[in-house]
Design a protein around this ligand. Structure first.
Ligand SMILES: [Fe+2]
Length: 517
């Protein structure tokens, strides 16, 4: 046992004999305790309700309220004070009985001073341990609850955990939680949980519903809400105060200076009354709950904003696709010979792109570039492009402007910038012999090198004004022949392999009529 700071501990001495009171008061004060004396049980009870005491030393035999009755009242009202009884020799049996009812120890009259000090020290030590224990248990509970709710972004889950912990920790019969709707400012009862403990009592006349304006005013003034029996009535309207309400605690859910809600617990068990410790414990729980709810709301708002952005992005993406499709349509509608060409070039570009295992975004860009590659032809006269026979040198010069024109069409539209390379570079040659810029090798963007092969393959395998479609074998032979000069040799090799595999797959799926013969 430690002789640690029992000094200053508050002791209440109750005895109807003035001499005993005076002696005890005198030497306990000399020992450094803060001592108060009263002459009967009733006065002791009043004093205990008013002020906290660490220890009560009471006579057993007293007029009005005996030591035993006082003990029962202390237990019933959960006044939470450790009790040491003083008794004469003849009443030791009663003293033992009293200890069974919750008294901590007893002193036999007449007592020696050292004996009293010893019992008092031991009782206070035990009291300190008890307090420490309760604090530890509370801290542990709050820690566990905090852990469970801190990372949750689900308000319903948070409310559920908080209410269940509240019920368990203070052994309440019912717990409810009101939340303030941030938009309307109204408080709504969000959760109500009835204890599932066998000994729990449920209200007969319906669930309690506290009068919110009264409670809000109390919270604003920083006055704690802890009331028993009839005294709790001021927190209820006439119709909502359950007759059998025994005890009631309400604590605010507060984040910084903002009240976001309140947590209420109710006891309908007459012997079960909440105390200041319970209220403090609930106050800490409520404060943790309030931050968790606040976080969850912030998270929800962030997510909603993100969803909005995502939706806006999606509609942009859709608009983009429509724009691309619109350009391709405009091009094809005025040129019957190239009808379907853009789409097929997109398909062949995709086959090659997928075979290169490019990232999905890059692949999408290549497919769209395939659709758009000839958009520059919108600015070129079609009758000239599809005439039978050879083009004159002037006509060739005009025709060769279409990659440059494509670039100029796309440039003013920021969301189409990703497609410029495909339009601008699909007539460049790997050996540098192409146009418009005469780029060579890796100077030509990948998308340009891919579309170039897809474009050539489709041009060869489609009917044109100046010739019939060439067979597939001839077309791939031509691509192989031009690998390293016109086409990127690696891409050409991959294309021939991939397009063969694709044709086989199409035939196996019964779609052989859709592939070049
Ligand atoms: Fe072209």
């Amino acid at each position: 046992m430690s002789a640690e700071p029992t000094e200053g501990a508050r002791i209440l001495v109750v005895d109807d004999e003035r001499v005993i009171r005076e002696i005890l008061a005198e030497f306990l004060t000399l020992e450094g305790f803060s001592v108060h004396t009263v002459e009967d049980g009733e006065k002791a009870l009043t004093e205990l309700r008013l002020r906290p005491y660490d220890l009560l030393i009471t006579d057993l035999k007293m007029p009005r309220l005996s030591g035993l009755q006082l003990l029962e009242k202390i237990e019933a009202e959960r006044l939470g004070v450790l009790t040491v009884l003083m008794t004469g020799f003849g009443t030791v049996e009663t003293a033992i009985e009293a200890m069974k009812k919750g008294a901590y120890d007893y002193l036999l009259k007449p007592f020696k001073v050292e004996e009293v000090i010893h019992v008092v020290e031991r009782a206070l030590y035990r009291q300190r341990l008890q307090t420490e224990n309760i604090r530890l248990r509370e801290a542990l509970t709050i820690y566990k609850v905090s852990e469970a709710i801190a990372l949750s972004h689900d308000i319903e889950h948070i409310l559920d955990v908080v209410l269940r912990s509240a019920l368990d920790e203070v052994k309440a019969d019912v717990a409810t939680l009101h939340l303030r709707d941030p938009r309307t400012g109204h408080y709504e009862e969000r959760v109500k949980i009835v204890s599932s403990q066998a000994e729990a009592r449920h209200p007969q006349g319906g669930m309690p519903s506290p009068a919110l304006p009264v409670m809000l005013e109390q919270f604003q003034q920083g006055v704690p809400i802890l009331a028993h029996g009839g005294k709790a009535s001021r927190f209820f309207t006439e119709h909502t105060m359950p007759a059998e309400l025994s005890s009631f605690v309400a604590v605010p859910l507060q984040v910084r200076a903002n009240l976001v809600g309140m947590l209420n617990v109710f006891s309908f068990t007459q012997s079960k009354k909440f105390d200041e410790g319970h209220r403090k414990m609930l106050a800490v729980l409520a404060s943790r709950a309030a931050s968790a709810i606040d976080n969850a709301r912030l998270y929800g708002e962030l997510r909603a904003t993100n969803d909005d952005l995502l939706r806006a992005n999606t509609s942009l993406e859709e608009m983009f696709q429509q724009t691309v499709a619109g350009f391709a349509q405009a091009l094809e509608e005025s040129d019957m010979y190239t009808r379907g060409h853009s789409e097929r070039v997109a398909v062949y570009s995709e086959i090659l792109g997928r075979g290169l295992t490019l990232p999905e975004t890059e692949l999408r860009r290549i497919v769209q570039a395939g659709v758009m590659h000839d958009v520059g032809k919108i600015g070129v006269r079609y009758d000239m492009l599809n005439k039978p026979g050879k083009l004159t040198p002037e006509e060739v010069a005009v025709f060769r402007q279409h990659p440059e024109k494509g670039k100029r069409i796309l440039e003013p539209v920021p969301c189409l910038h990703g497609l410029i390379d495909g339009c601008w570079c699909h007539h460049e040659w790997y050996d540098g012999g192409g146009y418009p810029r005469g780029l060579a090798g890796d100077q030509i963007p990948l998308v340009g090198r891919v579309v170039a092969i897809a474009d050539a393959y489709d041009a060869m395998t489609s009917d044109r004004a100046y010739r019939r479609a060439l067979p597939h074998e001839v077309a791939v032979g031509e691509i192989e022949r031009c690998a390293g000069t016109q086409f990127d040799p690696e891409l050409a090799e991959a294309f021939v392999r991939l397009i063969d595999a694709w044709r086989t797959g199409m035939r196996e799926r019964g779609q052989g009529s859709l592939i070049p013969r």
